[in-house]
Design a protein around this ligand. Sequence first.
Ligand SMILES: Nc1ncnc2c1ncn2[C@@H]1O[C@H](COP(=O)(O)OP(=O)(O)OP(=O)(O)O)[C@@H](O)[C@H]1O
Length: 235
Amino acid sequence: MEPVIKVNNLVQKIGRKPLLQGITFEVMAGECLGIFGTRGAGKTSLIHILAGVDRFSSGQITIYGHNIRKTEKFKRDIGLVTQANSLFRDMTVVENLDFIAALKKAPKANVLEMIERFNLKEFLSKPAAALDIGALQRLSLACAMLNRPKLLLVDEIMKDIDLPSRNLILSELEQFSAGGGTCVSAISTLTICDYIDKVAWLEGGTITLYDLQEAQAEWDRQEKYYAEQSGRCHA
Ligand SMILES: Nc1ncnc2c1ncn2[C@@H]1O[C@H](COP(=O)(O)OP(=O)(O)OP(=O)(O)O)[C@@H](O)[C@H]1O
């Protein structure tokens, strides 16, 4: 089976500074890849590159067999949730859903379905800017899913949200994968990520691939190491 995403020797420079230094990975259909890294590691940049929003310095990326430098066709199959919210903040919840559905040529029935699934009924006439972060992220994912994408690219969707929103989003992402959907999700913690199959640990511009348990074990190891180091410093 061909991978949905193939990234080969991807380099991204910000000015002269290398941010991604030749990274290579693949994501198969139905798989969810977590891109893990600390602040400024380059997670958002990688998501934006995969979505075809940002250009990249060198390397090859194919999505559904399309070289993303040469065509925009792959964008029809993508749902994108950006970190700064992929929404019109001065428009109401229902205006966002209706307008984004129109852009994506999604039928009205999908709008009604997303309102139900993401528990948005009570907020329909509220401007997106007035929503709390949990409702805002539910709306962001609802809008990303309006076109029934095959590939979801999501940036830090779980950060700072309330428990019910977190559970709802987790369950949606799990159902998406179970239905054969492919996902790439930028994450800055390895605690709330049951929906992730493997982790691309982004550090110093390169990635190491782990399964989720290995990544969590590596995190624990590093945490212990730094705790011991700081203990020694205080001694
Ligand atoms: N267009 C740009 N112009 C200048 N600097 C940029 C640009 N895009 C990214 N950067 C820089 O590249 C680095 C990586 O940013 P990026 O947002 O991709 O990291 P991140 O891992 O998502 O971090 P965070 O967890 O803070 O969101 C940061 O230092 C950022 O300031």
